[in-house]
Structure formats: C-alpha cells, structure tokens
Design a binder for this molecule. Structure first.
Ligand code: EPU
Length: 431
C-alpha cells in the first residue's frame, strides 16, 4: 500500500523543540549484515535501524538460506553458515545498491556468485566497473548470462591482489575488504573510501579474527585467512551521521532549540562547519549537538558548497542542505561532485517558491531567502525524500509527500520522531 506524509508547514517559524535520538547507520548495518557470510558461526547486531533496506537485506540473506532472526527491536542475529545458493534474488537486488556488497563475501565463501546490475536510488549511472576489475584481479572469471553477472573464483579460491581504485568508492572498498579476508595471501587496496562505516565494519571483522590494517585511511591491507568467528559478541551499529546531519539542518531551519542526541558529531564536522559559516547556532557536545534556528546568511559573494568523499561534506546531505540554502539570505552555489543527476529534485523546490538555477546536472545557484509554499511532492530518492520533508516543514501551508516508501528505506519512524518535537505530520494511505 502506498503511503503519504501530510505536513502542515511552520511558515518560516522557528518553533521545533525537544530531542531527536539518532539510530544506527543504515550504511553500516547493511554491510555488517552482509559480512555474516564470512563467519563460521552466527553474528549478532544491535542498534539496527528498523528500516525497509534492512528488511530487504534480511530477505536477500534468507533467500540464500541464512537464518535471520529479530531477537528484539533493533537486535538481530544472522547465521549464514549453511547457505543453499549464492544467486542474488533479482527483484531484491534491483531495489537496493547495498546488495552489491554481498558479492565479495559470497564469492570468497561459495566460489561463485551471480547477480543482476544492482538497483537503488536513481542518482546517477552507478556503474560497477571497479567491482568487476577487482574480482578479475583476484583471479575470478566473469560472464554475463540472462541479465546476470556470473562470477567464478579460480580453482583453490580467490587470490590476494593489489588494486588502486580509480575513484573512491564506499561499497567497492567494503566488498574487497570482505572478499580479501577469505582470499589466499595479501591484498592491498589503495585510494580507498574513508567513511566511518567502513572503519566500523573493519574493526568488527578484526575483532572476530580478520587481519585488516589501515581502514579509515586510503590504503587498506588485508591478510587472507579462514572464516571468522563472532564468539557470540554483538556488533553495535555506529550512529547514522546522515540522519544526524539532516535533523541538524532541520533544526537550523525551523528549530527553537533542538537536541540531536546519540550521535557522533566528529562524523559530520564538515556539515557543522558549513552551517556555522551560514550563521547557525550550534553547540557540539560529546554525543550530541544542540541547534537553535534563526536568520541565516550566505557569508560571501559566490559562496560555494561542494560535496566530497569523507571527511568532506557528504553527498547524502546535499539535498537537505540545499533546502537550507533557500532559507539563507544571499546567493550560493552547490556543486555535487560524487553523483551526476543528484540535483534533479531541485525542480520541485522551485515549484515551492525557491529560486534555483541549474547550470548543468551537477551545479546550481540558489538565491535566498525565498518563502516556500506547501505542495504535492514525490520524493525521488531516500535523501531528497527527507529534504522534501524539511522543505514542507519550513513552508507555509500543507504539503503532501508521496512515495514515503523511499523515506522508510533509510529513516526509522520519521513521523513519530518529528511529531515529538512539534512537527505537524501524519502518515496517510494513498486513495
Ligand atoms: N563508481 C564507479 N564505478 C564503480 C563504483 C562506483 O564509477 O564501480 C562511482 C559512482 O558512480 C560514484 C562514485 O564512484 O560517482 C562514488 O560512489 P560509491 O561507490 O562510493 O557509492 P556507493 O558505494 O554506491 C555509497 C552509499 C550511498 C552514498 C555513497 C557516497 C551505500 C549502500 N550507499 O554508495 O548512500 O551516497 O556511498 O557516500 O553504502 C544512501 O544511503 O542514500 C546512498 C545513496
């Protein structure tokens, strides 16, 4: 059943107050769930966000014979020690890019994996050339059959290798870090992505017997060995820096005093820097940030905000930040450097009253401050979907946001958490 969010906007008032607790990171939990395939025993995960992508990953693993159990809300156990096959379900893989990270552990363990080109948010071409190049370097053979890649490890299993990634890729770094733990010999990965979720995964795997050095930096060395053993310990999912950053932006646009708790402010320092340049009042504590809304101003002519690989400004925060820039006095530019096609949602902000001119698919100018008016909106992807929620809260009047499934893919129970701080938001069924 399709659902909508009905939001009554605040019309530019700064009135939200209270606390929003941050959940575990989607992009950490999904990868640790995939890592269950590297283990001779079952693994346990805590602080898992109750979101649609986690459910899809459960279904993908279960379809291959893994035993996935929800022990309690946010607590899961997964035993993938006796898989029946390693062919990723077509429909499920098409729904989520994270499905690609299963390929590394599956090829390592089962010596064969087949999968369709992964789906996920439509935010650019999202090729998989780095994955295919890496698997070849590990000695694997690649065929394409019936719209599926069929990859087979060499006799005797995957071999360690050295690879320089042509560009920093989060899922490619994770996939090869995992494949290499089951390969023979040493793997050296260069120009790796440095996102905190990668380090968190590496720390967990290392605690369970993997030999991984350097994760969180650009060169990672992995000494291959056998299967890992969890020994009954629990992986606690690192807090979601994108969720924290998005709610921080909401607070800067519409907060009286909003506390974002259970988060790691050092994971979104770049965002905090930009918001402060724009005049946002933010106090940073150890595991929380407190933000007070108020007038914002672009600090200088031709002020430019650019997305960047971690620790730079996350591309996943770009859409919420553009909503905020429509509310700042002055002219600013946004430059999306990671994905082409991730600014298409700005057309809907223009319909709400924003003054945004796109120069090409990656760059736009925003002239603020413009009042926004409530509209009917359809979220195009997870992150732009939440940006529309923020825009609707800032706007005057009522907005209807359809395609709430996309928001549910990445954020747990948004309406309940936002209602608690004063947002007028209701989930309704599509008639
Ligand atoms: N790329 C290639 N070839 C490849 C792989 C990637 O050209 O084989 C390119 C991409 O097209 C992109 C750049 O490399 O231009 C970086 O993409 P990356 O591979 O890092 O992105 P990803 O791993 O597919 C993850 C997150 C995204 C997040 C990006 C960037 C997961 C499941 N997804 O995607 O999260 O935007 O890193 O930080 O971890 C989201 O959660 O909503 C989301 C889109």
């Amino acid at each position: 059943m399709k659902e909508n969010f009905l939001i009554e906007g605040l019309g530019g008032k700064y009135s939200l107050s209270g606390e929003i607790k941050i959940g575990g990171a989607k992009n950490a939990a999904l990868k640790v769930m995939a890592s269950s395939i590297l283990f001779e025993d079952g693994i346990r995960l805590g602080n898992v966000p109750e979101i649609e992508d986690v459910y899809r990953m459960n279904e993908l693993l279960s379809d291959m014979g893994a035993k996935v159990k929800k022990e309690a809300p946010h607590k899961y156990s997964i035993d993938a020690s006796a898989l029946k096959h390693s062919d990723l379900d077509y429909q499920l893989s098409k729904r989520m890019r994270a499905s690609i990270v299963l390929t590394g552990p599956l090829l390592g363990r089962r010596k064969k994996v087949s999968f369709p080109h992964p789906g996920g948010c439509v935010i650019g071409a999202r090729p998989i050339d780095l994955f295919l190049e890496g698997f070849k370097k590990m000695g694997a053979k690649i065929k394409v059959k019936d719209k599926r890649y069929v990859i087979t490890a060499p006799e005797g299993g995957l071999r360690g290798m050295e690879m320089f990634f042509g560009l920093q890729s989060v899922t490619a770094t994770e996939t090869f870090m995992m494949a290499a733990t089951l390969a023979k010999g040493k793997t050296i990965l260069k120009n790796c992505a440095m996102e905190p979720e990668i380090k968190s995964l590496a720390d967990y795997l290392s605690a369970c017997g993997a030999k991984i050095k350097g994760a969180g930096g650009t060169t990672i060395e992995i000494e291959g060995g056998g299967l890992l053993k969890s020994g009954g310990g629990t992986y606690e999912t690192v807090p979601d820096r994108i969720e924290a950053g998005s709610f921080l932006i909401l607070g800067a646009c519409a907060g009286k005093k909003l506390s974002i708790t259970n988060c790691r402010p050092e994971h979104f320092e770049a965002l905090i820097g930009v918001l402060r340049e724009l005049g946002a009042k933010i106090e940073v504590g150890k595991n929380k940030v407190v933000v007070r809304g108020g007038p914002l101003k672009v600090p200088e002519p031709e002020y430019q905000v650019k997305t960047h690989e971690y620790p730079g400004l996350a591309t996943d925060l770009q859409a919420p930040l553009v909503v905020l820039l429509t509310q700042a006095e002055g002219e600013s530019r946004i430059h999306e450097t990671i994905f082409e096609g991730r600014l298409a949602y700005t057309q809907d902000l223009v319909k709400m009253g924003a003054n945004i001119t796109m120069w090409d698919s990656n760059r736009a100018t925003i002239k603020g401050k413009t009042p926004l008016r409530g509209k009917e909106l359809e979220g195009p992807d997870i992150r732009a979907g939440l940006a529309f929620v923020i825009a609707a809260i800032v706007a005057e009047g009522r907005s209807i946001i359809s395609n709430v499934y996309l928001i549910d893919r990445g954020y747990e129970n948004v309406e309940k958490r936002l209602s608690a701080v004063g947002v007028k938001i209701k989930r309704t069924a599509n008639r």
